[in-house]
Design a protein around this ligand. Structure first.
Ligand SMILES: Nc1ncnc2c1ncn2[C@@H]1O[C@H](COP(=O)(O)OP(=O)(O)O)[C@@H](O)[C@H]1O
Ligand SMILES: [Mg+2]
Length: 392
């Protein structure tokens, strides 16, 4: 088992500084995260340990570096590696990275001015490539994708939820509307509004919370708006209102597709894998911590659409995610290397883009997981080779 914290100085064996010498021509990758007073650095330690191991197998020198310790004007960097046999994190000196893989886990940390400044400086270093520049937000993603003909058809109608009028407008056009924080994740803060005009309490608001979801019935749009405001985590949290897509269901439970797209050893976007998540009984989202379950996407699609149409929907999804990824990258004006995507499939088999995440969570499907780790370094090799050719 991995220890969660390694603040105890006894756990910090010192390694010799000649790791630097050994590294010479090996590509060097630093997993970037944020410092933590109690446990040295934040982030999923198991994920970092897996990354370091894969990096080593793929001929990389890899270590964990923190934003504070990655000094850009110094020839070497203080970082950490993991010793699995002893289950300790070892502090040591390393050469400057050629690739910085941003895994700062929380948006709040990434938005701190000194962190943003450091990320901007890393991005502008001529000898470094920064993977995963920053988190996405759902409003920018919508704007970006609706600007291209090739992706416009995948995004559900979306508005910024700035006032009551926006919500009433959306409800005139769509019987189900999703309200989502633009910087949300894991379902936190998501609400749905369903309008049934024939009922005397026509507005049904459902709010995702820790335990499951709570439901409110409101008589007027004014009451509904007050409820929505009261349930948003904070006044300052911007929200979007999005057309609710009637998702395909199996045994009464809706599901969506989770794709991981990464660049491959030729520097081209490629699908690493597609999984599926099925909603829990009382949930308005499909997240596993909220009772959702991991499923085989092809099996679910066959159950809904039959063999032939399922094949077609799956092929469309495989194609769509690549187009979506390349447009997101182009619109964001920064080089990207990987992203995960949540896609909905409606009852007719049409595909809908819900969001993309620039810091994908670990995929639990072992075949996707293994490939996802390897791709990071395969693309890393590609970049490294290109750099060396440019230098010649
Ligand atoms: N417009 C929508 N229509 C139907 N279901 C949606 C819609 N938006 C989100 N969902 C459901 O809620 C889940 C979470 O939404 P998502 O946009 O991915 O937010 P989060 O960042 O919290 O994961 C989706 O995976 C999907 O199951
Ligand atoms: Mg999501």
């Amino acid at each position: 088992m991995l220890r969660k914290a390694a603040a105890d100085p006894a756990l910090l064996a010192r390694a010799p500084t000649d790791a630097i010498v050994q590294a010479q021509e090996r590509p060097v990758l630093a997993i970037l995260t944020i410092d933590d007073d109690l446990q040295l650095f934040r982030g999923n330690r198991q994920n970092f340990a897996d990354l370091l191991k894969t990096g080593e197998d793929q001929g990389f020198l890899a270590y964990v570096a923190t934003v504070r310790h990655l000094k850009l004007d110094a020839p070497r960097v203080q970082g950490f590696t993991y010793n699995a046999a002893k289950d300790v994190w070892i502090k040591s000196w390393f050469p400057r990275p050629t690739i910085v893989y941003n895994r700062i886990p929380q948006r709040e940390d990434e938005r701190l001015p000194w962190v943003r400044k450091k990320l901007a400086r890393i991005a502008s270093q001529p000898d470094m490539a920064l993977f995963n520049r920053r988190f996405f937000n759902k409003w920018s993603l919508f704007k970006w994708l609706s600007a291209y003909k090739s992706t416009r058809g995948y995004v559900p109608e979306t508005k910024r939820l700035t006032e009551q009028r926006v919500l009433s407008g959306m409800l005139k056009r769509h019987p189900l509307v999703y309200l989502k924080p633009v910087r949300g994740k894991a379902g936190v803060g998501i609400m749905t509004v369903k309008l049934s005009p024939e009922k005397n309490l026509p507005y049904r608001l459902q709010v995702q919370d820790e335990k499951g979801s709570s439901t409110y019935h409101c008589a007027t749009i004014g009451r509904l708006w007050t409820r929505v405001r009261a349930n948003a985590p904070s006044e300052s949290e911007p929200y979007i209102a999005q057309r609710g897509i009637p998702l395909a269901k199996v045994n009464g439970r809706p599901f969506d597709l989770r794709a991981l797209v990464q660049k491959n050893a030729e520097g081209v976007w490629e699908l690493t894998g597609i999984g599926a998540r099925m909603a829990g009984m009382s949930s308005i989202t499909t997240h596993v911590p909220r009772g959702g379950s991991i499923e085989d996407p092809e099996r679910l699609l066959v159950a809904v659409f039959g063999q032939e149409k399922a094949q077609q929907v799956f092929a469309n999804a495989r194609h769509a995610v690549l187009t979506l990824a390349s447009r997101i990258e182009r619109a964001s004006r920064s080089r990207m290397f990987e992203m995960s995507m949540d896609l909905g499939v409606d009852e007719q088999g049409n595909l809908w883009f819900f969001e993309a995440n620039s810091k994908p969570m670990k995929f639990d499907e072992p075949h996707i997981r293994k490939k996802s780790l390897e791709r990071i370094f395969q693309y890393g090799h590609y970049l490294h080779r290109r750099r060396q050719q440019e230098r010649r």
